[in-house]
Design a protein around this ligand. Structure first.
Ligand code: FAS
Ligand code: PHB
Length: 392
């Protein structure tokens, strides 16, 4: 063993949850070290979420991360839904008094890296083979390899912010871990194109051929998704084939005016609902995708990671002030919000997508659900309050 370091919280994962947790802890005078498996460029190269809940925006602004958010994001007061090429709008602002903010996860992560750099935060990139030790003791530690040399970090707590494929969740013994999962029989093929967005707000489209989503990043950067079978790799879809399929599924007037162009990114994301319990084991706390995955339909993934960070940061700050209540109740508090968002994301996904084994009965149920949503203020309010984000 060569280098040994000490910190209060060792954070595994330099994605949005790891970086935000390190930033918030730092603002509370708690030191941390972030271990990231990849390079910063690799992390920033991943194209993922696009929508921030009202609570996420408030937290980021409160934490001094609002500068670019103020000037480069887009406030959306509602969204469009469509069924069989005919659209209707849900007015979030009128129904809930809140809106959502369109600001890419890449930008959030960029802002977080910049904030950590400004504060002299310690982020160890390309840290391989992170291994968590003595999590059930008062002196846990983490070992990792960098450049072929093994290092050790002694700490008080470990935050597993390392995503679905990370090491943290796997450090909880199988006899302790309870996993709940639903895998959907389709994925989302997404593209980025340097074209003006199809609409001023998002369009979630239900269609007999499959789901489609029109989103955006800015006035000249659009993000589109179509539901595809899981065995359709991205390279199977030419840009023209993608645009033709998207046009078939969205409202006719939007398809008519759609501005297309070459894709600058094309990727496929499988869809699953997944929740692991407990989110705490001894001195290890799971955060974000390390503990739960939602289908992106409800735009909850990144936002749930942010609310987990909010709860854990508050719990650790209280703990260092001598009050252990927050860390004792972290898992229960976080999971209560996770399960509500998981249910919403499951409901929205099953309402908007075409399932391979779907029967006529299922089709009529979907159409009735959407018709009820179109004409009922109560139904729209229920959808809107979950989409803009339930309170923390
Ligand atoms: P992340 O996965 O973002 O970050 C985990 C970090 O840990 C990564 O940088 C990884 O390299 C690192 N890591 C992993 N193992 C490690 C190890 N052993 N040691 C050190 N570091 C390790 N959400 C939405 O709301 N809308 C979307 O449209 C959307 N699209 C998505 C598309 C894809 C392909 C994926 C995978 C997710 C998508 N999500 C979306 C969800 C996504 O935004 C996550 O919710 C969000 O990234 C969660 O952030 P983290 O919990 O930080 O996990
Ligand atoms: C996106 O813009 O990437 C996005 C928006 C809303 C979603 C999922 C993805 O529900």
């Amino acid at each position: 063993m060569t280098g040994t370091r000490r910190t209060q919280v060792c954070i595994i994962g330099g994605g949005p949850s790891g970086l935000l947790l390190s930033h918030l802890l730092d603002r509370s005078g708690i030191d941390s070290i972030v271990l990231e498996r990849h390079s910063r460029a690799y992390v920033l190269g991943r194209i993922r979420a696009g929508v921030l809940e009202a609570g996420s925006v408030a937290l980021l602004k409160e934490a001094g991360l609002g500068a670019r958010l103020e000037t480069e994001s887009f406030l959306h007061r509602g969204t469009y839904l469509s069924a069989q090429n005919r659209g209707f709008r849900i007015d979030f602002q009128k129904l809930t008094g809140k809106s959502i903010t369109v600001y890419g996860q890449t930008e959030v992560t960029q802002d977080l890296y910049a904030a950590r750099d400004d504060a002299g935060g310690v982020i160890i990139e390309e840290a391989e083979g992170a291994t968590l030790h003595d999590l059930q003791t008062e002196a846990p530690y983490v070992t990792y390899l960098k450049g072929g040399t093994e290092y050790r970090i002694d700490c008080d707590f470990v935050a597993g912010c390392d995503g679905f494929h990370g090491v943290s969740r796997r450090s909880i013994p199988a006899r302790v871990l309870k996993e709940h999962e639903r895998v959907y029989p389709f994925g989302w093929l997404g593209i980025l194109s340097q074209t003006p967005p199809a609409s001023d707000e998002l369009i979630y489209a239900n269609h007999a051929r499959g789901f489609a989503l029109c989103s955006m990043r800015n006035e000249n950067l659009s993000r589109y998704y179509i539901q595809t079978p899981l065995d359709h790799p991205p390279e199977r879809w030419s840009d023209d084939a993608f645009w033709d399929e998207l046009r078939r599924r969205i409202p006719a007037d939007v398809a008519e005016a759609l501005v297309t162009g070459p894709s600058i990114e094309k990727s496929m994301a499988p869809l699953r609902s997944y929740v692991a319990e407990p989110m705490r084991w001894g001195r290890l706390f799971l955060v974000g995708d390390a503990a739960h995955i939602v289908p992106p339909t409800g735009a909850k993934g990144l936002n749930l990671a942010i609310s987990d960070v909010y709860y854990l940061h508050r719990a650790l700050a209280e703990r260092y002030d001598g009050d252990a209540h927050g860390i004792e109740t972290y898992a229960e508090t976080a999971l209560a919000r996770v399960w509500k968002a998981t249910r919403f994301s499951w409901w929205f996904t099953t309402t908007m997508h075409r399932f391979p084994d779907q029967t006529d009965f299922d089709q009529h149920i979907q159409e009735a659900e959407l018709a009820y949503l179109e004409h009922s203020k109560a139904a729209q309010t229920a959808m809107a309050e979950q989409y803009v984000g339930l309170p923390y």
